[in-house]
Design a protein around this ligand. Structure first.
Ligand code: NAD
Length: 369
């Protein structure tokens, strides 16, 4: 009998519910094939949760998220909630989810589908076949370090403070995950920091090096200064396999790499916690936001959300075969010339969100036949 997985869907705001409907369509197809059973529960998050419960994520939703085998999120935010208090803005719901689930590793693939090579800002030969996996530390570093704040000095001028801080344990847990993921790929990790000017960067380099020597010598480890990494990503991006980096540099470098692959509407992500008793907290989401400018028009690209579901199949459910099938089906639909508006090009056929979802399920069905 097919294994059963418990998924919490958090469609959120704007185009979130539109792209999530297409994830449901793909999940229904997999279930109908007997590949797995999915128990899906849905809850509000972000603006939708502010409207329903007065907070961007409720305690009840957090409990559901902790109990789920995986959480799939659409997107949060929008102009409707622009004036709400900073502490309960829609994005605060997402931060609370990440923090409470202790999702310390953010995985972002930067892959270039052959049909979209022309959409990259780089020359086609630099990005054709690109396949990088970013592993970014997500709950530490300068975004969370103390002390922090803005103070007024005696002379009336002000001082803003943030603190970059990492401990051995924080570095090692994310580095271990990067090494393990590299073993499933081409076995190379490049660790990026600023050990030349930051003590926290020096500690990062030393701990990653020590962990590598202790248990991951089969993986090839290199180190690169983060500024050089930013340059290498646009000079010769295919040199990289897994890039391991901290919260701040990961934020910048993974956004830079995102643009190598074309559109925001194509890029999935996963945020993973520690494995405890065989269960790893995990949240999967497209990297794009709620796109208020196109919400409600049925034209959003659902591929980033569908590929995020594929990541859940791979990293939370161990269904690598099903994840591969979805990725191939997406590539096939793009090869066939279908495009949502964001990735439209001359000579292609422009389709809506649901037609793109249907086409991906159609390609899955054809492959299975
Ligand atoms: P955005 O990603 O929502 O949109 C940027 C541009 O990309 C827009 O023109 C949009 O139409 C387009 N776009 C994004 N996703 C698309 C898709 N799937 N298909 C087609 N086009 C797509 O970023 P923004 O405009 O800066 O932010 C809008 C709102 O989303 C804000 O409230 C912001 O805080 C929030 N946001 C949320 C998340 C998240 O939920 N993780 C991430 C980023 C931004």
């Amino acid at each position: 009998m097919a294994k059963s997985f418990n998924i919490l869907l958090l469609p959120g705001d704007g185009i979130g519910p539109e792209v999530m409907a297409e994830v449901r369509r793909v999940a229904r197809w997999l279930a109908a094939q007997g590949i797995a059973r999915f128990e899906m529960e849905e809850a509000p998050v972000g603006g939708a949760s502010i409207d329903a419960d007065g907070v961007p994520v409720s305690d009840a939703t957090l409990e559901l998220a902790k109990a789920a085998d995986a959480v799939l999120l659409g997107a949060v935010g929008g102009p409707k909630w622009a004036e709400v208090d900073y502490a309960i803005r829609p994005e605060a719901g997402l931060l609370r989810l990440r923090k409470e689930l202790e999702l310390f590793a953010n995985l972002r693939p930067a892959q270039c589908f052959p049909a979209l090579v022309g959409a990259s800002s780089l020359k086609p030969d630099l990005v054709a076949g690109l396949d990088i996996l970013f592993v970014r530390e997500l709950v530490g570093g300068v975004y969370f370090g103390e002390p922090r704040g803005i103070e007024t000095l005696e002379d009336g001028t002000r001082r803003g403070v943030n603190t970059q801080v990492y401990t051995t344990a924080e570095i090692r847990r994310v580095a271990a995950l990067a090494f393990e993921l590299a073993r499933q790929r081409s076995g190379r990790v490049c660790s990026a920091e600023k050990s030349n000017v930051m003590e926290s960067g020096l500690l990062w380099r030393e701990e990653v090096t020590a962990l590598h020597a202790e248990g991951y010598r089969d993986v090839e480890l290199s180190h690169m200064l983060a500024d050089n990494c930013a340059m290498q990503l646009v000079r010769a991006p295919k040199q990289f396999d897994v890039i391991l980096t901290d919260n701040l540099f990961g934020d910048l470098l993974s956004d830079e790499a995102a643009m190598l692959t074309g559109s925001l509407g194509m890029l999935p992500s996963a945020s993973l916690g520690a494995e405890v008793d065989g269960h790893r907290a995990a949240l999967y989401e497209p990297i794009h936001g709620s796109a208020p400018d196109i919400a409600g028009r049925g034209i959003a690209n659902p591929i980033a959300a569908i590929l995020s579901f594929a990541m859940a199949l791979r990293y939370s459910f161990g269904l690598d075969g099903a994840a591969d099938m979805i990725e191939s089906a997406v590539a096939q639909v793009l090869d066939g010339g279908l495009r949502t508006a964001d990735i439209m090009a001359d000579g292609m056929a422009k389709v809506s969100t649901d037609v793109m979802g249907e086409a991906i399920v159609g390609a899955l069905a054809k492959r299975a036949a």
